[in-house]
Ligand binder design. Structure first.
Ligand SMILES: NC(=O)c1ccc[n+]([C@@H]2O[C@H](COP(=O)([O-])OP(=O)(O)OC[C@H]3O[C@@H](n4cnc5c(N)ncnc54)[C@H](O)[C@@H]3O)[C@@H](O)[C@H]2O)c1
Length: 331
């Protein structure tokens, strides 16, 4: 049986979600809702079979609708998700889950109370390149992970409702939580605003994880070149994940600095004075990765979670931890 979904927010990102939900097997779009009539006109031109409305209540009152997908500005997320969950709907919500920790905790609680799925659109967790990174780490192919450096830079889209960190860093933070399987013990953030007073165009976050992994994130919408790059430095190998590369998203470098005992080769080292640091320059390999559109994997997973009554990996709890880190960094 088809799972019926209503979508809220047909601005820049909403059409991508509607396109993917409309193409998801066993799924039917019952509504597209937006408070702006001109956006609904665009929606009707593109998806003539899907009814539209400016009134959210039309979707909440529709008993056929089992789930709501939300792609409105972050400041509206809490109110819309709460309304939908309390109306008995499962919720897919774009990142960030909401604007502060208190609201995020409340949404997790409401979803739990009503036994509903709260699925946060941390789309990179449904990206096969990120899954390959996770596989490499879990299989110990990189050795001990020392540090992870993430850059998400481009020229625009400049927003006025959130700063560059709240807009862009949810992607990097969710990837880091997924890859490490840990929550950071230390978070420090800072940023700079140039274009609009009080809204940072550039942001940085430093994180430290319990296992010792150090990570940092650099986000900007004021950068000449589109860069979506994550570098993972392990004791055995290093990886560069370049999300904008068409054919070499993941490059694995068999490179590093080995500690070598000059007298006893690679035997265990007893004191600092006994070893030398030797550069190792091995091969570069580029694994071949099948790459279905991550958004389609994500929308499909939301529908399967509803139909199979199971929780996604990008659940409300993950969304909450991402918001917690953003809030700490913004302090
Ligand atoms: N996953 C991604 O890669 C990605 C990319 C871009 C945006 N996003 C997320 O999608 C969300 C929307 O971003 P956007 O760039 O599309 O914003 P946008 O401003 O372009 O569009 C938002 C739309 O929501 C509508 N809207 C606002 N308040 C509403 C309300 N109360 N009820 C009904 N409609 C309402 C607006 O009229 C507008 O059409 C944000 O959370 C953003 O972070 C995610």
């Amino acid at each position: 049986m088809n799972t019926k979904i209503a979508h809220f927010g047909f601005g820049y990102w909403g059409p991508n979600l509607v396109r993917n939900f409309a193409a998801t097997p066993d799924c039917k779009m019952n509504w597209i809702i937006d408070q702006d009539e001109s956006n609904l006109q665009r929606a009707r031109e593109r998806f003539p079979a899907i009814p539209t409305s400016t009134n959210i209540q039309d979707a909440i009152d529709d008993d056929e609708v089992r789930a709501v997908s939300i792609a409105t500005p972050a400041a509206t997320h809490y109110q819309l998700a709460k309304l939908a969950l309390e109306g008995g709907k499962h919720v897919f919500i774009e990142k960030p889950l909401c604007s502060n920790v208190q609201e995020a905790e409340e949404l997790v609680e409401i979803a739990h109370k009503h036994s509903r799925i709260l699925f946060v659109g941390h789309v990179f967790i449904y990206n096969n390149a990120v899954r390959e990174l996770k596989r490499l780490i879990d299989a110990q192919e990189l050795g001990e992970i020392y540090c992870i450096h993430s850059q998400r830079l481009s020229l625009g889209r400049v927003r006025s409702d959130v700063d560059a960190l709240w807009n862009l860093a949810p992607h990097d933070i969710s990837i880091l939580l997924y890859l490490t399987g840990e929550y950071p013990t230390h978070v420090r953030g800072y940023g700079h605003s140039f274009l609009q007073e009080g809204i940072n165009d550039i942001g940085f976050i430093d994180l430290k994880f319990p296992s010792g992994i150090a990570a940092n994130i650099h986000c900007s919408w004021l950068h000449p070149k589109k860069t979506r790059e994550m570098t993972i430095v392990g004791s055995k190998k290093m990886v560069v994940y370049n999300d904008v590369s068409p054919d070499a998203k993941i490059s694995v470098y068999d490179r590093g600095i080995d500690k070598k005992n000059p007298i006893r080769g690679l035997e265990p080292i007893e004191s600092f004075a006994q070893f030398q640091l030797i550069k190792r320059m091995g091969n570069l390999t580029v694994p071949n990765i099948e790459f279905p559109e991550p958004l389609s994997v994500q929308t499909n997973e939301f529908v399967r979670c509803i139909q199979q009554n199971r929780q996604p990996s990008t659940d409300g709890k993950m969304g909450l931890e991402v918001v917690r880190i953003l809030q700490q960094a913004s302090k």
